[in-house]
Design a protein around this ligand. Structure first.
Ligand SMILES: NCc1[nH]cc(CCC(=O)O)c1CC(=O)O
Length: 319
């Protein structure tokens, strides 16, 4: 039986001004912002969407030539600082690890699927794609992982929105690799021909999660959406990136999970061609230390650095 609660929107809508949520205009950004907006409205917070166009959306230049990662985040942050909106929604994996002065991440809602997915023509999988198949991705991590798994394939550097990428499958590409979470938000799970298992194919720190950023002191407006386990796990993954002084486009996969009070973190650094890799995994009980995410990320990052991670891969910010 479906039991519905009486809408509480009206009560707070009477008094409170709506929270204006800034979003990029891309289909993926809009889709995830709408999920956040709907959840806020459900908890009684009235919202309004404000679309903000960013250099990363307007330009067809490579991300590297636009000044590296964070191009999507910075225009949104500027709008937030200037008071053009009251909250912004980011894909956490695209958000630089350095906090922005005056802004705080007030909520990380429950994370979705963290996996990458292969979207190939004719139902093909990584193993069944023909020799020399052309596979599109713009991510150095995915390029390294692909080259390691299938050294014979041709990795084609692509960018553009999810629909543009999917539109090339069966045309000039045999397949593309995308985040399952993005495909889910866009209602395009039908395009997936294989989910890539997280153990053999760790994904970007924070993948599948969104972050809601507000001006410091205004956390309350969205804090009802914060999901504690998500925050702890993405924190651990992102702190590995920060400790390795790596950008969000570095060839690094990381995955954390909480199971029965235990926080588990694994991170893997690849050489650009995927031929070499370093992995470090550790776990600790959440109740054993004051700041489990930092403690665990420090252990993992130290081990990776001691093993030579900094010389294995181009880590710093580059795309
Ligand atoms: N860099 C683009 C980007 N940023 C977030 C997602 C997907 C959603 C997510 O991982 O949360 C994507 C597309 C992709 O990697 O396929």
């Amino acid at each position: 039986m479906l039991r519905e609660r009486a809408p509480r929107v009206q009560t707070s809508a009477r008094g409170a001004a709506p929270v204006r949520i800034g979003t990029r205009g891309s289909a993926l950004a809009l889709a995830q912002t709408r999920v956040v907006a709907a959840a806020l409205e459900k908890s009684g917070v009235p919202v309004e969407l404000v679309t903000i166009s960013t250099e990363g959306d307007r330009s067809t230049e490579s991300l590297a030539s636009l000044g590296g990662t964070g191009v999507f985040a910075s225009a949104l942050r500027e709008a937030l600082v200037q008071g053009k909106c009251d909250a912004i929604v980011h894909s956490l994996k695209d958000l630089p690890t350095q906090p922005h002065p005056g802004l705080v991440i007030a909520a990380t809602p429950k994370r979705e699927d963290v996996r990458d997915a292969l979207c190939a023509r004719d139902g093909l999988t990584l193993d069944s794609l023909p020799e020399g198949a052309r596979i599109g991705t713009g991510s150095p991590r995915r390029r390294a992982q692909l080259s390691a798994r299938r050294p014979d394939v041709e990795v084609v550097d692509i960018r553009g929105n999810v629909d543009t990428r999917l539109g090339r499958v069966g045309v000039d590409l045999d397949a593309v690799i995308l985040a399952a979470a993005g495909l889910s938000r866009l209602g395009r799970l039908d395009a997936i021909t294989e989910y890539l298992g997280i153990d053999g194919w760790p994904t970007a720190p924070g993948q599948g999660a969104v972050a809601i950023e507000v001006r410091a002191g205004e956390e309350k407006s969205v804090s009802s959406l914060d999901h504690r386990p998500t925050r702890v796990t993405v924190d651990a993954e992102r702190q590995v990136l920060a400790l390795l002084e790596a950008g969000c486009a570095a060839p690094i996969g990381a995955h954390a999970l909480i199971d029965d009070g235990l926080l588990f973190l694994s991170a893997r650094v690849y050489s650009a061609d995927g031929a070499e890799r370093l992995t470090s995994s550790h776990a600790l009980y959440l109740s054993d230390v004051t700041n489990p995410a930092t403690e665990l990320a420090t252990r993992v990052a130290r081990e990776l650095l001691d093993a030579g991670a900094a010389t294995l891969a181009p880590l710093g910010g580059g795309v």
